[in-house]
Design a protein around this ligand. Structure first.
Ligand code: GLA
Length: 394
């Protein structure tokens, strides 16, 4: 079941009434710029074709949510005051709270692997928010960028992870065939066509679920904030590290103790890699793009410490294959997926060879898919119109 029609028919089976609207929000693959969105860096995600769909109808009295393919097929009733909700109900409550939405009945369905570093939670929040707005407000009165911020807040509350803004932004503003060079400081983006002459981007799900709930992600954020406080104390720069010359930043970082030094080294070098990757993409320099992916992984693993031994094995096995130009962990880390840039001629052979070795060495069950950049979130409104969420709201 993927399309709005199937979702509507399932909705009618479950709730005994026709859904008024359907919303779809994609996940994202972050090409480069990892763990720098929450310090207002530049990142480069693209939206995926896969995502989360929500069908909805207004209900005078009660919120209900049913998440057909990842928990029970029985609707869970909830109010904005309930505590201890789990799964889709926790996310629906958090989004409804942020929107101060009127009660509605919801059916959630998604085809994104969960906890695989493809931002299924952000897609869930964006799809829920669009569906709730569509059925409970005649005029949404909310700019798309505010929807992005509100979904980030809802995700933080529901998951306990203090995520940045990249995933929700990519889900709303994604564009088919293009990556977003997204500046989180100015909240603006440039679209870069994904011209990969003779190569493909591939996401390998490591089979090791990412577990951000263990607060490692939050710990990195805290460590980084403390590291920046120490650096600012030494360098006395203005509002953002991005206004300060890179070489002087690196000199200042070199004087810090090992932990803040390595965390900041990641951020400053990753910011540069995003700029270099954008140049390489513009000039279709695939070899350079591959090298930058691998350098990013090295920094995420050695300096930022968000990889795992299993993911390091997977990345290394991929990098050793002829025809694989580069590979790195993506998303929040601590498990999840790896992105690889692979020559078409090496597919699927090189990939399958690396995954065979990986299975033997780790006992995990990986799988892979090609990345095709898809469009941003869409909504099928009660009046029959189908619109991109950003056009509808702005
Ligand atoms: C998760 C967060 C994002 C971002 C990435 C790491 O996906 O939700 O905001 O911080 O991790 O780049």
């Amino acid at each position: 079941m993927t399309g709005p029609d199937e979702l509507r028919s399932r909705f009618a089976d479950i709730y005994g009434r026709q859904a008024q609207c359907v919303a779809f929000a994609p996940g994202r693959v972050n090409l480069i710029g990892e763990h720098i969105d929450y310090v207002l860096g530049c990142v480069m995600p693209c939206a995926t074709l896969r995502g989360v769909s929500v069908a909805a109808i207004a209900d005078g009295g009660t919120f209900r949510v049913c998440s057909d393919n990842f928990s029970s097929s029985q609707p869970t009733a909830f109010s904005l005051e309930d505590t201890g909700l789990e799964g889709a109900a926790a996310f629906a409550q958090a989004v409804a709270y942020e929107l101060q939405a009127a009660p509605c009945n919801l059916l959630v369905w998604g085809d994104l692997p969960i906890a695989a570093g493809l931002s299924s939670s952000a897609a869930l929040c964006v799809a829920l928010a669009a569906a709730m707005l569509a059925v409970t407000r005649e005029r949404p009165g909310l700019p798309a960028i505010e929807l992005v911020k509100l979904c980030q807040q809802a995700e933080t509350v529901a998951s306990g992870t203090g995520c940045g803004l990249m995933d929700q932004y990519a889900s709303v503003y994604g564009s088919a065939g293009q990556a977003l060079l997204l500046d989180i400081r100015s909240l603006s983006h440039e679209l870069l066509p994904l011209k990969l002459n003779g190569c493909r981007l591939v996401v390998v799900n490591s089979g090791q679920p990412r577990d951000l709930g263990d607060s490692s992600y939050n710990l990195r954020r805290t460590e980084l904030a403390e590291a920046f406080a120490q650096l600012r104390h030494r360098l006395d720069y203005g509002e953002s590290f991005r206004d300060y010359p890179r070489e002087r930043l690196l000199d200042g970082i070199a004087t810090l103790p090992p932990l803040p030094r390595s965390r900041l080294e990641h951020v400053v070098t990753e910011q540069t890699r995003v700029e270099q990757f954008a140049q390489a993409l513009r000039s279709a320099d695939l070899q350079r793009m591959g090298r930058l992916l691998s350098e990013s992984h090295h920094s995420l693993s050695a300096n930022y410490k968000v990889s795992t031994p299993e993911i390091d094995i997977l990345v290394e096995l991929l990098q050793q294959e002829i025809g694989v130009l580069g590979a790195r962990i993506i998303g929040g880390g601590f498990g999840g997926s790896v992105l690889a840039l692979v020559e078409e001629a090496a597919l699927p052979g090189a990939l399958e060879a690396a995954l065979r070795q990986y299975r033997v060495q780790t006992g995990l069950g990986p799988d892979w898919m090609e990345v095709t950049a898809g469009g941003g979130a869409r909504v099928w409104l009660p009046d029959g119109r189908e619109l991109a969420v950003r056009e509808w709201l702005d």
